[in-house]
Structures are given as C-alpha cells and as structure tokens.
Ligand binder design. Structure first.
Ligand code: ATP
Length: 355
C-alpha cells in the first residue's frame, strides 16, 4: 500500500453561475484538516454543499478560489487522474459488459501495469472482500450490495492516498445499508486509508466516522467526534440536525468552576459548561428525549403522545405550552402513562447542554 495521505482544504470556495446568470455560493470559504488514516464524514441537508466539496477534492469540480492539499501537494487545479484519490459513487458506475475481475482491474490496465501484478492485486482485493466467487459475474448478475462492494474494490485496488465516497449506500435497502456500512468501516480500518464520506444520513455518519463535519448553506457549522456533535452541539441547527432535541429556555442563576446553575421554569439544574456565561444570562438548553427522566418530581406534565416501540417508550408531553419529547429506555415492567394522564418528570443533569 502506498502512503496514506492527509487532506487540507484551505479557504475553499465554489460559486456557480446559473444560466439565468445568478450566482450560487455552493461552498463558502471552508477550512478543514483531515489527518492521515482518518474517516471523516460530511453531513448536512440537501443543497448544503457537501457533494460540491467532495467533487472539488476529487477534481471533478474546480474551486472558484481556495486550495486543496492532498499530502503536501496543492492539487486544486489538477485533473482527477493527477490526484491520488479514488471515488466510490452512489450509482456504482460499473461497466455493465465487463465481469467483476475486469471492472476491478480496469484502472490498473489503463496505468499499463504488468499482467502478473494486476492479477495479484485484483485477487488480493477480491479475497479481502470475500468476493472470489464473483469474479466472473457481470453487474446485472449481482445484487445492489454486491455491486457496491465491487465498486469499493475497484477504488481500493488503485491504492489511493485518499478514498472518497459520494452517498454510496443511498440505493440500498435499510438492512443492507447497515450491513454495508459496517463492512466499509471494517475494511477502512484494516487498510487504514484516509476516507472522506458524504451522506445526508446522520445514523450512517455516526456509525462510520472518526469525525463528523456538519455543513449548512455552504459553511461548516461544527466538526467533532460523533459524541461531541451529539452531546455538545454548538447551536440549534446542529442540535436539531443530529438526533432529536428538545430546546428549552433557561436563565443562568449561579456560576462555579466549569459549572453553572441554570433555572428552567423555576427548577435549578447544575450543568457542566464549556464556555463562559454570566449570571442573569438567558440561554437555550438542549435535552435529548432520553435525557428526560420519567417518574421524577421536578415537573408535572400532561401526556399528549404515548407509543410503545419495544426498546423504548416514546412520550410527547405538554411542557409549559411546548411539546417535549421523551424516550424512556427499556420500558419493560415500568408504569405506562396514557394520553391525558399526568406524569412527573425531571432532567438528567449530565444530559443537559447549554448552547
Ligand atoms: N452545476 C451547478 N450549477 C449551479 N448550481 C449548482 C451546481 N451544482 C450544485 N449547485 C448548487 O450548489 C448548492 C450545493 O449543491 P451540492 O450538490 O453540493 O449540495 P449537497 O449538499 O451535496 O446536496 P444533496 O444532498 O442534495 O446532493 C445547491 O444550492 C445546488 O443547487
């Protein structure tokens, strides 16, 4: 395997000019460092600029301005073949008339590698991906998941410094997506290759990544480990985009080292903080549905929704005129509250996060 490369995007911008002569800022001066061997996912709503960013890394799109470093080299204006990257596409992009072996070996043939080397490399990848038995099949004789594995093998066989994924699992059904994402992660860790992955599926991003980059309207809202993004979102956009979030009004009423006391509708909670707050400051507080505790006495609320989901019981309650979502884990043997009933609740202080 050749060297595993770092990637650095510096003030990267892409402004499209439409046929009506409107300017669309798809990517707005983003900066991002990706370490060698890291698996980074770009996640965001439709139109946020994640695909355009990936395509600028691959060389399918030229930046309006800014730089793309792959390793030490600035490749911003180079064609895709002059960059040390390989891409796995959403639609697999396999040659329909070629069998698996020929699809995987295509890039190496273009590079005019010796026949024996091609055979050895393709067979090694097929073995690693447990696809030896498929080598003579053509794409039409395989399932979507199998075709996507061929597409991944075709990228890996080139031994690129960076592997790029453009929503590779979107065309697969839910069960296969989970299986394939586990497989992608396993293979990526085995090979140790730097990987940049684009998706709009937050669960996929959390399951795959060392680091998640949340994009919105051409900018990066937050980057961090899946835990950081989920537990410590920097703003309401990120809190609402990743998982489900209840966002409550509160007021800082006390400050101690690394902690504050926040008053939420008359009840004080001690919360760990990561930035400076002042006494009297009005704040927004995030609590995930699983951080709301059923059976506590801090607040009495009325149940509007009560749904048994197996692993958890989902409630919706009226909390001072707004809806509060509650997810009670492992409901077996616990009291089930029905719509219209009163329920006592509290908040897990460790799960409260002040924006
Ligand atoms: N060739 C183009 N000409 C004009 N505008 C474009 C072009 N390509 C993309 N855009 C615009 O740039 C913005 C970002 O698009 P991009 O495809 O990067 O978003 P995305 O986050 O990948 O969305 P999706 O998840 O829907 O693919 C969008 O507003 C899109 O309409």
């Amino acid at each position: 395997m050749k060297s595993i490369k770092k990637v650095y995007l510096e003030n990267l911008n892409k402004t499209f000019v439409t046929t009506a002569n409107d300017q669309v800022v798809a990517v707005n001066n983003i900066n991002l460092k990706i370490e060698p061997g890291e698996f980074v996912t770009m996640l965001g709503p439709s139109g946020c600029g994640k695909t355009t960013t990936l395509r600028m890394i691959a060389g399918f799109e030229m930046p309006t301005h800014g730089n793309v470093f792959i390793g030490e080299e600035n490749v911003a204006t180079k064609t895709p073949d002059k960059r040390d990257t390989a891409m796995v596409f959403q639609n697999y992009a396999l040659f329909p008339h070629m069998n698996v072996f020929d699809n995987i070996s295509y890039g190496l043939k273009i590079q005019k590698r010796p026949k024996a080397e091609i055979k050895e490399r393709v067979e090694r990848i097929l073995k690693m991906m447990k696809m030896e038995d498929f080598s003579q099949r053509v794409p039409a004789q395989m399932s979507g998941g199998q075709q996507q594995r061929v597409s991944l093998a075709r990228a890996l066989v080139m031994e690129p410094g960076v592997l790029l994924f453009d929503e590779p699992l979107s065309n697969l059904d839910a069960k296969l997506r989970i299986h394939m994402r586990d497989e992608i992660r396993k293979i990526q860790q085995k090979v140790g290759i730097t990987s940049i992955y684009v998706t709009h599926d937050q669960e996929e991003a959390m399951a795959l990544s060392d680091r998640v980059v949340i994009m919105n309207a051409g900018i990066i809202e937050q980057e961090g480990t899946p835990q950081e993004i989920y537990q410590r979102p920097v703003n309401e956009f990120v809190a609402n985009f990743i998982g489900r979030a209840n966002i409550l009004d509160g007021e800082i009423v006390g400050i101690d080292e690394g902690e504050v006391i926040v008053n939420i509708h008359g009840v004080g909670f001690t919360v760990k903080v990561y930035k400076k707050f002042d006494v009297g400051q009005r704040v927004r507080v995030v609590i995930r549905p699983e951080g709301v505790l059923v059976g506590k006495k801090d607040f009495t609320v009325k149940v509007d929704k009560s749904v048994f989901m197996g692993q958890n019981h989902e409630y919706g309650v009226d909390f001072f005129g707004s809806n509060l979502e509650i997810s009670e884990n492992n409901p077996t043997g616990k009291t089930i509250y029905k719509i219209g009933q009163q329920m006592g609740i509290g908040f897990d202080q460790q799960a409260l996060h002040i924006l």
